[in-house]
Design a protein around this ligand. Sequence first.
Ligand SMILES: [Zn+2]
Length: 306
Amino acid sequence: MNDPVFEVVHSTLCDMGFDSKRVHHACRTSGQTMDVEAIMYWMFENEYDESMDPSPSPPSSPSPEKEGEGGGEGGREAAEGEKRKVRRVPIRLRKLFAEMQLLDQSAVSTSKLTESFGWKPNDVRIQQDITELNRVLCDALSRSLVGTSLEGLITTLLSGLIVNKIQCHRCKKVREREEVFEDIVLAVKGHDSLFGSFGEFISKEKMKGDNRVSCENCNDKTDSTRWMSFRRLPPILTVCLRRFDYDWQRQRRTKLQTRLPFPTILDMEPYMESFVDNIREEEDFHEEIEREREEEKEDERKEGQR
Ligand SMILES: [Zn+2]
């Protein structure tokens, strides 16, 4: 192919990081005009398999326009069997990003992506929150990578460990339970920054009265303090904001529209296990002193009454 236009398109795309063979294949078989954007778009739409080369039996070209509802790619996938189908999610995701980057329009549709992980057009009436969408998407992505060299990638990138601790006030023993997470949900209500939301996440809760829990050591229901913190952070920490609230007066769900600023660099140390446990110890120490002081005052008051 000694076409000068082809040479320019080919070298431009190779300079952008596309594989030379793949570009060659796309130029030959796509049926697109020799236009950088059109060829690039076609490559995002069509997976490249080296086994397709070198058997240049092109021009009954698969055009992206054919890809209507259940058309184009669906038919191709069906023809190439189940093995292809399971990788639809990463392809759709990649295509969505390509569209956002390349198309000259202010918004792009996500319907093909949501369809690829199983949401049907009817589901549009069902209210899904961002936490749910994120979990469904990651789960679909994770499943679609099974059997590829990237299997387990999602878990490696997103999963971390939270530790829940309960300290008995009587015997001071601390019990703990680890929990694997791939995202955390933080409260928005009552906070004016992400720090406040994280503060609530690690805040302690006193379990007294009806809320008392059993202590194995004391063999009894005792007062205790419960809190949680991060034991291990993932390379990518996903934070979902709980913006839904329930309006008891109007008896319906409402959405909190308050602004929640967050820093571009987030120091997570104050929320890690060792840091939080130290704070708890200090708080216990101060509470102990406060209690002794109160008792002394009470004694003095009784003394004075006599
Ligand atoms: Zn105890």
